[in-house]
Design a protein around this ligand. Structure first.
Ligand SMILES: C[S@@+](CC[C@H](N)C(=O)[O-])C[C@H]1O[C@@H](n2cnc3c(N)ncnc32)[C@H](O)[C@@H]1O
Length: 264
């Protein structure tokens, strides 16, 4: 437990979930870690505003994939985490959403364990939950869905193991939450329909959930390709399944609907 005033040993790493983008969606524990950090390794999806919570003198190391620029490889990030902690520093690795969901946290944990670096994981609001909140839907609405699957639409080329069996995953009673899925969505929607899924299966694409520029696009597997085309280039979460139709505007869906950003 991260308690006020607790002594954190030198050479410590917090793997912190920054949440989906709005600065006030990080956890209090995440904020405390940022306030203690001497160095923060951050990337694109972790909200910039959060860096302002750090104390003066904190070093920021950008390890993201800024367009056109150099991006740190995962191995470089692992090495940096270990070397900074070995130098006795208190390190935050700030990651968008939750670090355990499509965040390559597994590799970072392995590196920290191998180097025997003390560390803690601080969870965050993952994009699927932020997207559901933005759209006003329950991912596991009683009577409509008994399971919600977090899947990637962008499987790595060199990955081991079989490719995802989308037809098996997209069963009635299951909500599919697809991360990094706008590019592959036209193909995925075609495949699902070709394999017997109803073309009218409801679908939402929630882009920039929780951010001021948030956009929600509502449609079906049939209109998925057009919606995906419009959403490409923005961080977007695709929700496929009956629960998508619980979005208040879904019934009268125009191709794209923009919602006002609500913040507390
Ligand atoms: C590399 S994954 C990281 C996921 C992150 N660890 C999480 O738990 O949300 C990046 C993908 O997450 C989704 N994503 C992240 N932030 C989002 C947001 N604010 N709105 C919608 N989708 C988002 C998008 O599919 C994006 O391409």
């Amino acid at each position: 437990m991260f308690s006020e005033g607790a002594t954190i040993q030198r050479g410590y790493v917090w793997l912190v979930g920054a949440g989906p983008g709005a600065a006030d969606l990080i956890t209090l524990r995440g904020v405390k870690a940022l306030q203690r950090a001497e160095v923060v390794l951050h990337d694109d999806l972790a909200g910039r505003d959060l860096l302002e919570l750090c104390r003066e003198g904190t070093e920021f190391i950008y390890v993201g994939k800024r367009a056109g620029g150099h991006s740190a490889s995962q191995e470089e990030i692992n090495r940096l985490l270990v070397s900074q902690a070995r130098a006795g520093r208190q390190v935050v690795r700030l990651k968008g959403g939750d670090p355990s969901v499509f965040g390559r946290m597994g590799e970072e944990l392995q590196a920290l364990r191998a180097a025997q670096i003390a560390h803690e994981i601080i969870p965050g609001v993952t994009a699927a939950c932020a997207a559901a909140a933005a759209a006003g839907i329950s991912l596991t609405q009683r009577g409509l869905a008994s399971a919600a699957v977090l899947a990637t639409g962008h499987e790595c080329a060199g990955k081991s193991g079989p490719p995802l069996d989308w037809e098996a995953l997209a069963q009635p009673g299951t909500t599919l939450c697809v991360y990094m899925g706008t590019r592959s969505l036209p193909d995925l929607a075609r495949r699902l329909v070709a394999n017997g899924h109803a073309a009218e299966t409801p679908l939402l694409i929630i882009s920039d959930a929780s951010r001021p520029q948030q956009v929600i696009r509502a449609g079906t597997l049939e209109s998925a390709a057009d919606l995906a085309h419009d959403a490409e280039g923005t961080p977007s979460l695709v929700v496929i399944g009956e629960v998508a139709a619980q979005n208040p505007e879904w019934q009268t869906a125009a191709p794209a609907r923009t919602y006002a950003h609500a913040s507390v």
